[in-house]
Design a protein. Structure first.
Lengths: 330, 330, 330
């Protein structure tokens, strides 16, 4: 049984096959490959694109999508194995997953980290437990990584460049008033490295991504011919970039102990047209939702070089490819 | 590209064609005209009939409906163009609409006004911006007007009268403990005027609808042969009515500054059987949900002359007609 | 018109026919019997299995399921007939049911009791009113009884035993920090009695189920050859049990006046492996969600004799049978 838990779990050949499949499914929008198949999406956190695009990825292929929101419409869920359930939640994840495995053909899970203790959160225990308890394929719809988003980003870049190898990819931190998940950053970094790009990660001091992801990326570029560089100088990082992926995330050094004023020191990391002029007439994208005029200006986001909507659309197409791969119909 | 934003945007011939289409679709309940079509319903406010009837309007015609609730299941959304998004919301309406335009074939929007400043709310900026940003047809599922409800009301009346022209239509304000949206009142007034009815709007002093809608209605009756009258005397207004449309709304004079005790002065505006006896054995309807024994008594609502359920059912049929018209399949 | 309101409303022959139908539908998973049929599920309380399994029971048979949650996505609903609706809710149940009757082919209702006054709650007025107001079949998705769950429990037992007659069925109370609904207990008791089992209900003093349900069960065993016994001694009750159904519920003596410390006296009612060793190598099941290591230990729930997931899966199959029976397609 296959899962789509992390993009780094797959050889680059599989990723390329998924991208080819996604391109084809983008042209032939409707098919009946998922007739009688049901995916359940388990959303512990809000979602607009993920929910809608998975629903469509199923329905446009003859299948069915059911969305559950534990804690509001559905029973609140406890996560810890072997715990005594004497708190507020009525259901254990083990039971939810075992039951949904019997009802459905595939389960998607969105479960952001707890933001209290990174040493704990980095183990991604919820996802790991779900993988253990499920008897149907699991799709990571964002935990501490976001492999569906990363695949959509790859497709979006491939539509612009004949070949991604040695193109300069800049993952730039940007300002947001809250400490966000590092998931999109982690997966974007790895995806670009898998594609053999020259990757630069720019972020303020103390905002480095977990070295686990940096190391995975470095391992990939050895095989695939790119480079991975980290920098605290945004302007230098952006220089001659072919593709800028902007994203805010919280400092892992202040994890569980967020200092709003500290982060506010970096308000000038907002991507502006002036900053984009440092690039090689580079494209820019973001996973959405994006805080306009904080992460990047309206001018940048509404420019011809902005690929935010292309990438959002590509979520649909890559997720069709992932589903068909996992469910053995492609 | 066509939209269904306001009922007054259409010539009466188009409205009549929609009503004919709705009548036909009421008889032949199921078809496959919307195969492979998806409508996304964006609900910023609660909904029972609208949500259910649009879902059915799609599914009974082979299509698919996806419901999103920004701020709960989906990301919270900011509306203002060019703003710096440093508040609570993570997504901008511009991005949500651009993305949903790529995912779907039609977007429905329910977004009640802000109830702080009528000078601002009457511009209906959210709807106007959505119309600007969307690349697929938009359906107004209630903003400051409610054109789907008004079309259902017209169909309900046409099923009872051979000809609506010169029938007496009374739009009567009624008591509710809160200051409600004027949307249903606005669209009902206009729809009845488009149909050439003799329209009387009765409401307490200081509860007049925005003169914009009164003027649109007056323009229509010039063309269509009816009349538009306003009155503060409910009993006189109800006299000889063929059709009473009862609805509560907040005073535009006290907009953003609601005085509960002021409104409570008009508790005796509840429609009772005694008041209905003033009419020409008139029918009564309401958009639902209705506060029973405040807006109208149980006796009135459960009487043979009550058309509340007929109108609610007709929502389904007129919305099928609207969808087929907008999506070019009728 | 048929409804599925309470399991005791049906002769045992009908229940057996439903179980046979469910077994067949479990083998042939997909059909088109419910093409063009829609079920609306009205959820006043959270749901995971019920929501998902009814959605699948419709969609796997070609039909469509719409989920409504009054008070969050949908308008808040008042229940009392003839009331003056001057509180927080905008809609009356009478209107909601009348409208949904016109939109759909079947309505499911989950509405837990008020937990203030058992003399009132035991009348099950919400369900009774819905039955009165609906013009389409109603399914009880848990009010003060849970007949869908009970049917799933029966199917689960029948899959293990050739014949349920005279098998020892123990309904055992267990500890939970809150005072839960007696619904599952009520329906499980009756279902086992209908099947002619030897039924023992064990619970602490003051935790007896309403005698109405005890009496219905006693009437059934007269006809069907089993027995009904009540006991306050859990160990004696469990002795030689073939099937243990564990469930917590609140004391009807302290209804509306819950004493957390009182209930906490019975923390040792948790079903453990030691307790299960008293049985006749008995099976154990529960309706889920279950508080692990309070109601029963992980060791018990994850043992080979645990049927919790089989029963949860069987919800899907029995509900298909119920739907087909009510909608006249089986």
């Amino acid at each position: 049984m296959k899962n789509y838990a992390n993009i780094e779990d797959f050889p680059i050949e599989t990723i390329e096959a998924l991208l080819d499949s996604a391109s084809m499914l983008k042209k032939i929008k409707f098919n009946n490959l998922l007739k009688n198949k049901t995916m359940v999406g388990l959303f512990f956190n809000p979602s607009t694109r993920t929910r809608t695009s998975f629903d469509l990825a199923m329905s446009q292929q003859g299948g069915h999508f059911i969305s559950l929101e534990p804690g509001s419409k559905s029973w609140g869920i406890d996560f810890e194995e072997n715990m005594v359930m004497d708190g507020e939640n009525e259901e254990h994840l083990k039971d939810a997953i075992n039951v949904l495995s019997r009802y459905s053909d595939c389960i998607g899970v969105r479960c952001f980290p707890g933001f209290l203790d990174w040493d704990y959160d980095r183990k991604d225990m919820v996802l790991q437990n779900i993988l253990k308890w499920s008897s149907v394929p699991i799709i990571n719809m964002e935990t501490i990584s976001h492999p569906c988003q990363a695949l959509a980003m790859l497709l979006t870049m491939k539509e612009k460049f004949n070949n991604l190898k040695k193109k300069k990819f800049v993952l730039s931190w940007s300002y947001h008033p809250k400490p966000l998940n590092t998931a999109v950053g982690n997966s974007a970094l790895i995806a670009a490295s898998m594609a053999g790009m020259d990757v630069t990660v720019v972020n303020p001091p103390y905002y480095d991504l977990d070295e686990k992801y940096i190391n995975i990326a470095k391992d990939f570029v050895v095989k695939n011919g790119g480079t991975v560089t980290q920098s605290n100088n945004q302007d230098e990082g952006l220089a001659a970039a072919d593709f800028v992926y902007v994203k805010s995330w919280g400092s892992l050094k202040q994890y569980g102990n967020f200092k709003k004023e500290e982060q506010a020191k970096y308000k000038d990391w907002t991507i502006t047209s002036a900053k984009m002029s440092l690039t090689n007439n580079g494209y820019i994208s973001h996973c959405l939702p994006i805080r306009r005029n904080l992460i990047a200006t309206d001018e940048v986001l509404d420019s011809e070089n902005s690929l935010i909507y292309e990438e959002a659309e590509n979520r649909l197409h890559v997720q069709k490819a992932i589903l068909n791969y996992l469910l053995g119909v492609s």
